[in-house]
Design a protein around this ligand. Structure first.
Ligand SMILES: NC(=O)c1ccc[n+]([C@@H]2O[C@H](COP(=O)([O-])OP(=O)(O)OC[C@H]3O[C@@H](n4cnc5c(N)ncnc54)[C@H](OP(=O)(O)O)[C@@H]3O)[C@@H](O)[C@H]2O)c1
Length: 235
């Protein structure tokens, strides 16, 4: 059996970070050897050494970095992945155009996978949206998304990615966002014309699916040549 992939989890104190740590503990193909969270600082928690944000030069050797944090924290951790020459997997949403360009530039040196949604169902939904938009020219296209009250960016990164699929097939999507309760993530892409309407809906009920997808990506990205990868490239 191959040695477990050594991971650094950035944003380890967050909802996604905690799900990653829990799931990784149950797997034998990966192991978390370092974590980063501002609120934890530099100490060992449950056997995992936490590195202070910005203190990446002192971090242990890793094969891949998984980042689920906030745009403010993104530049430093992408820089650390490039400096170490390790695979970079990120699901942080709300990135600026400059940060997206930095991901492209980093992909010249390391394998990079960023996606707004690590669920397989959403990857398929994107394909269905593209087909519907191509088949229904002139129909209205609206994307309605709902998330928990703590989510900061709107529309969600997933809504924008689905909108990109619709746009690439000729539609002009509009967006509406709800922030309420503890909803993990719901996306409805609606195509409407006089007298009829189609709705394509994806509901995530447990954020563990995203962490599972990110671990799937990290364990398959290690050892690949530099480049920008999509989740479906690793299936
Ligand atoms: N792509 C996907 O499939 C997917 C799925 C779910 C969520 N997301 C995205 O993933 C991100 C995290 O979501 P979440 O629900 O886990 O958020 P969260 O619970 O608010 O956690 C955010 C994490 O980022 C850390 N952080 C924030 N600012 C930082 C800084 N300046 N330096 C270092 N660490 C910093 C926080 O650490 P401290 O609080 O300790 O400072 C915390 O660990 C969001 O962008 C969200 O939209 C993506």
């Amino acid at each position: 059996m191959n040695a477990p992939v050594r991971l650094l989890v950035h944003g380890a104190s967050g909802r996604m970070g905690q799900s990653l740590l829990r799931q990784c503990a149950d797997r034998d193909d990966c192991t978390v050897v370092a974590a980063v969270a501002r609120s934890v600082g530099q100490r060992v928690v449950d056997g995992i050494p936490y590195v202070a944000p910005g203190g990446f030069e002192g971090m242990p050797a890793v094969d891949a970095i998984i980042d689920f944090s906030l745009p403010d924290a993104f530049d430093a951790i992408l820089g650390a992945a490039e400096a170490r020459g390790v695979a970079f997997v990120s699901g942080t949403t709300g990135l600026s155009d400059a940060q997206r360009a930095a991901l492209d530039a980093a992909a010249g040196r390391i394998p990079v996978l960023w996606t707004a949604n690590f669920s397989l169902g959403v990857a398929l939904l994107g394909e269905l949206v593209e087909r519907a938009a191509a088949a229904l020219p002139g129909w209205d296209c609206d994307i309605v998304e709902a998330h928990h009250v703590h989510k900061l960016d709107a529309p969600s990164g997933t809504a924008l990615a689905l909108g990109g699929c619709a746009q690439s097939a000729g539609a002009s999507p509009r967006y509406a966002s709800l922030r309420t309760g503890d909803i993990v993530g719901e996306h409805t892409v609606q195509f409407a014309t006089a007298g009829e309407r189609i709705e394509l809906v994806h509901r995530a009920t447990n954020r563990d699916i995203f962490a599972r997808g990110a671990l799937y990506a990290a364990t398959r990205l290690v050892g690949r040549p530099p480049g920008r990868y999509r989740l479906q490239d690793l299936f």
